[in-house]
Design a protein around this ligand. Structure first.
Ligand code: PLP
Length: 438
């Protein structure tokens, strides 16, 4: 194992990174186990973000590591175009089981971005297959993150991710975001105010007509733009309106899937049925890149009624990669055998109390929690948006804790195997750091 610094950091063009700043002061992780990373100097770094929201079962989980090792030795690659391998089929059945058979089929991708683009394409092709080819519009939401494909940034709602890339997909509209700190600050779980924002879909329908709209895509809880929890009743209302107008509802569960809200999916937590669900990250415990689109049976059925031949002209070389399937099968076993969701449920009240105890500390203007997620919003430094939270991120790393920041919001999402002592360590250090920020 290479635990030394790289000879040069010049050639790696790092994603979503201030490359010049990072390379001047790098943070290098060299190993991980349980809920800790180790940095290149040998310091333990508590993982307050489950990597990038993607390691629910903790790092180096022995069962998952063993499954990956075994599959690489047995079947390193197999195509899934016009052929297959057992693990891809076994996993699909297990995923249906894990979702309580609320879905009928699963389409594999390699990332959340690909899952989003796949779901959008399935939505368009579904309406076409049913003879409603005029349904081509896609509706996203402001402040949404749906990855970085052209579909995802088109329905996404983050200006920085959109503005350099031209006009993107045509025929996209956006619902307003639901963030309302004036009315909902310091809420535990779903905030009271804002359900009526779902009715904005009626306005969009009135403008374009339902017969032109294919799908609405939302994150049940928006993660990347700072943990925006849906107002009470909002998602149910959105579901009602989509049903009323024959519009498919897609939940982007790339971060909320696999236990983040203490339930298998956010759709379980909110008791709202989407027609499709995009997932990735926790699907393999982050070990091997993989995404998956869960689809209701009626969508798949519409394709199977077409004349004989390939039903969906879409797929990736690595769709259902055997090693990813092995990692995911093992992840599902770990979820069951180690009662990962029960642990998350048991620790959640302690987590929530610890986060809300930060209220009153310098700069903290809002705190939002749901499941094992927290958003802590800081007042920005005048003229330097994001600088205060970025300083917190750097100081926390130097103090041995990995947090994530987006703008001036600290977003926390630990592995679901977190214990009270880890929560105490995280918030003990965060309290100190918040007191030292400019
Ligand atoms: C809700 C959501 N959708 C899609 C994505 C994109 O996933 P990926 O980075 O695997 O492409 C993310 C990533 O954070 C996400 O949070």
């Amino acid at each position: 194992m290479n635990e030394s610094r790289p000879a040069s950091m010049n050639s790696f063009w790092m994603p979503f990174t201030n490359n010049r700043d990072f390379k001047a002061n790098p943070r290098l992780l060299v190993s991980a186990e349980g809920v800790y990373y180790k940095d290149v100097d040998g310091n333990p770094i508590l993982d307050g973000t489950a990597g990038l929201w993607c390691v629910p079962c903790g790092h180096a989980q022995p069962k998952i590591v063993a499954a990956v090792r075994e599959m690489i030795g047995q079947l390193d690659f197999a195509p899934t175009f016009q052929m297959g391998h057992p693990a891809a089929f076994d996993l699909a059945e297990k995923l249906m089981e894990y979702s309580n058979h609320r879905f009928g089929h699963v389409f594999y991708t390699n990332s959340g971005s690909e899952a989003v683009d796949t779901a959008l394409k399935i939505a368009l092709a579904y309406h076409k297959a049913r003879g409603e080819a005029s349904r081509t519009r896609l509706i996203g939401r402001e402040r949404a993150y749906h990855g970085v494909g052209f579909g995802g940034i088109s329905v996404g709602g983050i200006a920085g991710n959109r503005k350099p890339y031209g006009v993107m997909l045509p025929g996209v509209d956006h619902l307003p975001h639901t963030h309302n700190p004036e009315k909902n600050a310091f809420t535990r779980g779903e905030p009271e105010h804002g359900m009526n924002l779902a009715d904005e879909l009626e306005r969009i329908v009135a403008l374009h007509d339902a017969s032109t709209i294919a799908a609405v895509i939302v994150e049940p809880v928006a993660g990347s733009t700072g943990v925006l929890v849906p107002p009470k009743g909002y998602l149910k209302r959105l579901r009602e309106l989509c049903t009323k107008h024959g519009i498919l509802l897609i939940f982007d569960e790339v971060i909320t899937g696999f236990g983040r809200l203490t339930t298998p999916f956010a759709s379980d937590y909110f008791d709202v049925e989407p027609d499709m669900m995009t997932t990735a990250k926790g699907l393999t415990n982050g070990v091997i890149p993989m995404g998956a689109v869960f689809s209701k049976k009626f969508i798949h059925d519409a394709f199977m009624e077409a004349p004989p031949g390939i039903e969906l002209f879409h797929g990736y070389t690595y769709s259902g990669h055997p090693v990813a399937c092995a990692a995911s099968l093992a992840t599902l076993e770990v979820f069951r055998e180690q009662n990962i969701l029960d642990n998350a449920k048991a620790i959640q009240p302690y987590w929530e109390d610890a986060v809300h105890a930060l209220k009153g500390l310098p700069h903290v203007i809002d705190i939002r929690t749901i499941g094992l997620v927290a958003g802590i919003e800081l007042a920005p430094i005048a003229g330097k948006p994001g600088a205060r939270a970025y300083a917190a991120f750097k100081k926390m790393f130097a103090d041995g804790v990995l947090i994530r920041v987006t703008g001036d919001i600290i977003a926390l999402s630990p592995p679901l195997t977190f214990e009270k002592k880890h929560i105490d360590e995280l918030f003990g250090k965060l309290t100190t750091v918040l007191k030292t920020l400019e």
